[in-house]
Design a protein around this ligand. Structure first.
Ligand code: 7TS
Length: 413
């Protein structure tokens, strides 16, 4: 089923779930369009955090007492819930981290630094977020492995033919953003996974902008790793996830050492705990993990396909309205073929100035390089403004954005 056939969201009701949407900014109703940076939090997720601290706050995996048992069960079951959300086999494949960045670094340290060496290659794309780009760049420097970049086309798509040439039998890892946080391009991750596997390489999907916004099934895509952040999917900050195929995680050394990641320790030796705890050393973000599972329930009850459709509709509408202005350039693929965001520039006006004027209208957007500096180099600009949508945004809010951007145009004309 395509997304066109799904039932539209009841946004008026959905908005009631998010207390922050009632606030004003400078006397104007808040129009929150910075969802790719972090999403807002529904009442029931806030309540899940509050309930934990009010009723069963205790450390996990180390107490016989009632509270610790309750916290441990809820924390462990949260892994099962997240596994289900992305189609993983079970909690063994789901490591909780503090964000996408930590999940990537986990693999870079635990696998990259141990397995890579001169002659090996890591293939990234030109649209990587710094969290993967800088991480693999540094692994390359420390191990002698080469890092290569799949270019983008004029229209802002990934050049898949170039990827076929760049990925060779020397490639050990292909790390690719699933949905670009700057271009809105949705990359053919399943196809890239097939190409990587044909050459015996792993595929790491940066799913920070896909898992929150569309149905993602890691088994269907056949990725070896995927990373995403809870705070971009109605969950709390401090919650993130590394998905890894069980046999791949099984073969990796731990990244952090300490409590909880061991089963037996002597003065000479230590034996690692089972998955996923082997990769979760020390006291984890317990409340955040439990609340992330609540966010998964919330999103699934609304329906990820419907959320995807809603965001696509808003992105297309914003794209169409913004491209009506001759002096606005919108980056990335056409309006009807992108994830739920639009990054653009107003001719001769700095992105920060645009965002500042727009803020006076109560509209929150991001200005800067969005942690994709090399991609901005490819685009030939230092910065851009970006509006990114989520399930609670409306067409009227896009109109408000356009009105505010138009005001900035006229001010700087
Ligand atoms: N990958 C992508 C594609 C992202 O968009 C982000 C965050 C990350 C990785 C890192 O996520 P984190 O939770 O570890 O920070 N992107 C953005 C953004 O576009 N604006 O602020 C953060």
């Amino acid at each position: 089923m395509g997304t066109k056939e799904v039932e539209p969201l009841d946004v008026t009701t959905i908005r009631e779930d998010f207390p922050v949407l009632e606030r004003e900014v400078g006397g104007e109703p808040l129009v929150y369009l910075d969802n790719a940076a972090t999403s807002q939090t529904p009442e029931r997720v806030i309540e899940a955090i509050s309930h934990y601290y009010r009723h069963y706050n205790a450390n996990v995996h180390r107490g016989i007492h009632q509270l610790s048992q309750e916290a441990s069960i809820a924390y462990e079951e949260a892994h099962d819930r997240v596994a289900e959300f992305v189609g993983a086999d079970g909690r063994e494949e789901i490591v909780f981290t503090k964000n996408t960045t930590e999940a990537m670094n986990l693999v870079a340290y635990a696998w990259g630094l141990n397995e890579l060496g001169p002659g090996d290659e890591v293939v990234l794309t030109e649209m990587e977020h710094h969290s993967s780009l800088v991480t693999w760049q540094q692994v390359g420097k420390r191990t002698g492995a080469d890092v290569k970049y799949v270019p983008i086309t004029e229209e802002g798509y990934l050049d898949v033919e170039a990827a076929r040439d760049l990925i060779t039998d020397d490639t050990e890892m292909v790390s690719a953003v699933h949905s670009s946080n700057t271009l809105g391009t949705v990359n053919p991750i399943g196809e890239l996974a097939d190409i990587a596997h044909d050459h015996g390489a792993y595929l790491f999907a940066d799913a920070a902008q896909s898992v929150p916004n569309r149905p993602v099934d890691v088994k269907e895509l056949d990725v070896d790793f995927a990373a995403f952040s809870g705070h971009k999917m109605c969950g709390p900050t401090g919650s993130g996830v590394l998905y890894g195929k069980e046999h791949v995680l099984e073969g990796m050394e731990p990244y952090l050492y300490g409590g909880d990641m061991i089963v037996k320790v002597t003065f000479e030796e230590s034996e690692w705990n089972e998955l996923p705890w082997k990769f979760e050393a020390g006291t984890p973000s317990i409340a955040q993990g439990i609340a992330l599972a609540e966010a998964c329930d919330y999103l699934d009850e609304i329906g990820m396909k419907r959320i995807q459709r809603h965001e696509e509709m808003l992105a297309e509408y914003a794209y169409d309205r913004l491209t009506e202005f001759d002096d606005i350039e919108v980056y990335g693929p056409p309006g009807d073929d992108r994830g739920g965001l639009v990054a653009f520039n107003l001719e001769d006006v700095h992105a920060h100035d645009v965002a500042s004027i727009v803020n006076d209208y109560g509209v929150a957007i991001r200005a800067g390089d969005h942690c994709t500096q090399p991609l901005h180099d490819v685009l030939g600009v230092g910065a851009s403004v970006r509006a990114s949508f989520y399930l609670y945004n409306t067409r009227e809010e896009v109109d408000k954005l356009v009105e505010a951007v138009d005001a900035a145009r006229q001010l700087f004309a």
